[in-house]
Each structure stands twice: as structure tokens, then as C-alpha cells.
Design a protein. Structure first.
Length: 158
């Protein structure tokens, strides 16, 4: 799999995401069937991925805010969304016992997200963008679409 100029093996992806190699392999097969990646599972279909994230992620991974608790900030409480939103009083976090923030807890798209996000700031920012698309408030979603476009289509944002 090629990502941002890096070639990642199934085992490399599994290790960086805190998943089993079989989970990553099964996920890549689903992505291939959905045409989010090519047949060889080496290149991402950027336009299809962007369309799925903007229009589909909220339906596949709906958000229901839970109780207030400790965790890792996401949505408008974390970069890159928080720098572009003023006056947002809602704080959303992924439940994480070692987290330093308190807010409305939401389920991440996968249980290993908090640990993986703490290991990789670029991944963390992408997951924050995904959460802004999942939660669906218009200001956050608008910023998330801009940020996603910049990252997936760097020539467009230039």
C-alpha cells in the first residue's frame, strides 16, 4: 500500500495501527471490493475515498455522544479543526483512561484509534477530520472537507 510517498506492508500497517495482520488484510479486501484501492492493493483511489468520507462515513460510523469523561480530544477540540472554529463550546473526546482532556465521549471508528493516534500525529489529524465529518455540524464539516481536500489532493490546496 502506498501512502504519502511511503510504501507500507500489511504487517507494517498492522503494527502502526495496533491491529492484527489478518484484520488489515480483510480490510484491504473490503476496500478493493469497494474500489477504494486498486486491484493490487497498492494505490488509493483518492476521489472515491474522498467521496466516501464526505458523504458516507457518518452513515457507516454514526456518532452518539456518551457521558462526560476523560479522553483524547477530537472533532472541533483538536487540530486541525479547532484552529478554524471559533466559539465552539462542545468538547468531544475518545474515551482513553490516560487522556488529559474531559468532554463528551464518542466511540472512535475502531477501538485502537486512541493508541494509534497518539503514536502518529498525521494519523491523529486525519482521524480528527473524519470525526468532524461524522459529527456533522456544518461549520466543522466544512472545515473538515477543506482539510481533507488539502491532504488528499495537495495540488488543489496549493
Amino acid at each position: 500500500m502506498t501512502s504519502a510517498g511511503k510504501t507500507l506492508s500489511c504487517h507494517g500497517l498492522a503494527e502502526s495501527l495496533g491491529l492484527s495482520a489478518s484484520t488489515v488484510s480483510e480490510s484491504l479486501e473490503r476496500c478493493k471490493k469497494a474500489k477504494l484501492i486498486d486491484r493490487d492493493k497498492k494505490r488509493v483511489n483518492v476521489l472515491a475515498l474522498q467521496e466516501f468520507l464526505i458523504h458516507g462515513i457518518a452513515y457507516v460510523f454514526p456518532v452518539e455522544a456518551g457521558r462526560v469523561g476523560r479522553g483524547i480530544p477530537t472533532n472541533s477540540s483538536a487540530s486541525p479543526i479547532k484552529e478554524n472554529i471559533t466559539g465552539s463550546s462542545e468538547i468531544y473526546v475518545w474515551h482513553y483512561v490516560k487522556g488529559t482532556s474531559r468532554g463528551q465521549q464518542i466511540e472512535p471508528i475502531y477501538p485502537t484509534v486512541p493508541e494509534a493516534a497518539l503514536r502518529d500525529d498525521e494519523l491523529y489529524q486525519l482521524l480528527v477530520i473524519v470525526d468532524a465529518l461524522r459529527i456533522g455540524h456544518s461549520r466543522e464539516k466544512s472545515v473538515a472537507i477543506e482539510e481533507l481536500t488539502k491532504r488528499l489532493n495537495p495540488k488543489v490546496g496549493a
